[in-house]
Design a protein around this ligand. Structure first.
Ligand SMILES: C[S@@+](CC[C@H](N)C(=O)[O-])C[C@H]1O[C@@H](n2cnc3c(N)ncnc32)[C@H](O)[C@@H]1O
Length: 227
């Protein structure tokens, strides 16, 4: 890996340019352009969502980790699988809408299978239903990325007794999305599809790039069990 010459200011400019990518197809095209330096750049942003989510899963998961199959939705370059390996998980299937991010995930050698899927546009494959011990979506359930409606389909991909971990941001720009996601999760729980195991609110989620962010923005990790 070559040394990262990107600074916080240059990464900020790249991220602010992403705001003009509105549709899910446009957004994944933005990630095609970011894939090459994504891992180094998010380290500069102090992006901790994958480690926070993996720690949360590990503190509740009681199954056999080596053989449990994890569906990593919006897997990007593979940061989540890298964190989950530290907790003993070994079997990963990844999906993402960006071919360039998937190429990086492929290079990591961490995934048994990788699929190109633009959620909101492409349905989850029917063979995913009830197939996974753990489903994770980290850094992609937020405004301009994957719709909160997809949460329901993701619950259907989990085996009974398995779990799902989602993350979202709770900065002002994402509060409307977060409220819709909270409502959807409440409905899913009321319908008996899942039960909440933990919700972790984190103040220093990652460095914010907007003037009024004033340092770090906040975020949330959700962990639910499939009934
Ligand atoms: C911030 S990155 C997170 C990647 C990885 N989960 C991580 O935590 O490093 C967001 C990822 O979501 C993917 N993505 C965004 N919208 C998507 C969509 N509608 N369908 C599939 N993937 C999407 C992008 O291609 C990108 O890889």
């Amino acid at each position: 890996m070559s040394a990262n010459t990107n600074t916080f200011e240059s990464i900020k400019a790249v991220l602010l340019s992403a705001h003009k990518h509105c549709s899910s197809t446009d957004k994944v095209k933005f990630y095609d352009t970011w894939a090459e330096t994504y891992d180094q750049d998010v380290a500069v942003l102090d992006y901790r969502a994958p480690s926070l989510a993996a720690n949360c899963i590990a503190s509740h998961f009681s199954g056999e980790r080596e053989t449990s199959v994890v569906l990593d939705v919006a897997c990007g370059t593979g940061l989540m699988a890298k964190q989950m390996r530290k907790h003993g998980f070994r079997c990963f299937v990844g999906v993402d809408g960006s071919e360039a991010m998937l190429d990086k995930a492929r290079e990591s050698g961490l995934y048994q299978d990788l699929k190109h899927l633009v959620l909101d546009k492409d349905p989850l494959p029917t063979q995913f239903a009830g197939s996974f011990d753990v489903v994770v979506v980290v850094g992609a359930m937020c405004a301009g990325h994957i719709s909160f409606n997809v949460a329901r389909d993701l619950f259907n991909a989990i085996k009974p007794g398995g779990c799902i971990c989602l993350t979202t941001r709770s900065n002002p720009e994402n509060l409307e999305y977060k409220a819709s996601l909270d409502l959807e999760l409440k409905k899913i729980e009321e319908e008996g599809l899942g039960t909440c195991l933990e919700v972790i609110e984190v103040e220093d989620w990652e460095r914010g790039v907007l003037e009024h962010d004033g340092g770090y923005i906040s975020g949330v990790v959700y962990l639910y069990k499939r009934i």
